[in-house]
Write a protein that binds this ligand. Sequence first.
Ligand code: C5P
Length: 225
Amino acid sequence: MPYKGPKIVTIDGPAGAGKSTVAKRLAKELKLSYLDTGAMYRALTLKAIRQGADLGSEEALVALARSTVIDLQNHGAGVKVLLDGKDVSEDIRTIEVTNKTFHVASAPRVRAIMVEWQRAIGKKDGAVIEGRDVGTVVFPEASYKFYLDADLQERSRRRICELREKGNDVDAQRLTAELKARDTKDLTRSVGPLKKADDAVFIDSTHLSIDEVVGEMIKHINAHG
Ligand code: C5P
């Protein structure tokens, strides 16, 4: 049966492909809210680190997830991430959190909880949702699906610029290696791996501006509306 719920647009792809910037812009154009699923994995990871939880224990992470409230609030320019009511929008972007998120992301029962939260948010009023498994697992019935990719060197260059702009001291070689390692973990985990849905539109953003990517997406949506 064709999908009849609110409008859901999914954007999956590896880190640094431009998903967040594009998804925020697209959400604004389509007057939908924006949901960053990676922020949820990051927020739970941050809580686990702060509480000294055993990141290798699925049991501990499930218990932690069940006693956690993660709220993503859309604000004009960006998104506020609230972890148990406290703003952690910046704290979840550290290199430590980034490199430890795979523990939470590869625990099947924790993913099941995350997916449930994401479905509840998306189904309310529709959304542009970005992540790794949104078009394949979270919303396989989505109205429109995109898979955004770019060369590793370009993705790494973008991440380095982002981090340096925020005043971080970045070792470029190390960051590229960490990005590659994260890609491998995201691509190879047994649950919710990074994967293009068969019916997703593939866009390579290596040589495209944000405007061009958003333009391609809108063109596709209008042509299939
Ligand atoms: O998108 P972002 O880079 O912030 O995501 C951080 C991490 O969260 C990813 O590397 C991935 O391991 C995990 N993630 C996931 N599934 C999603 C979104 C993010 O496993 N839908």
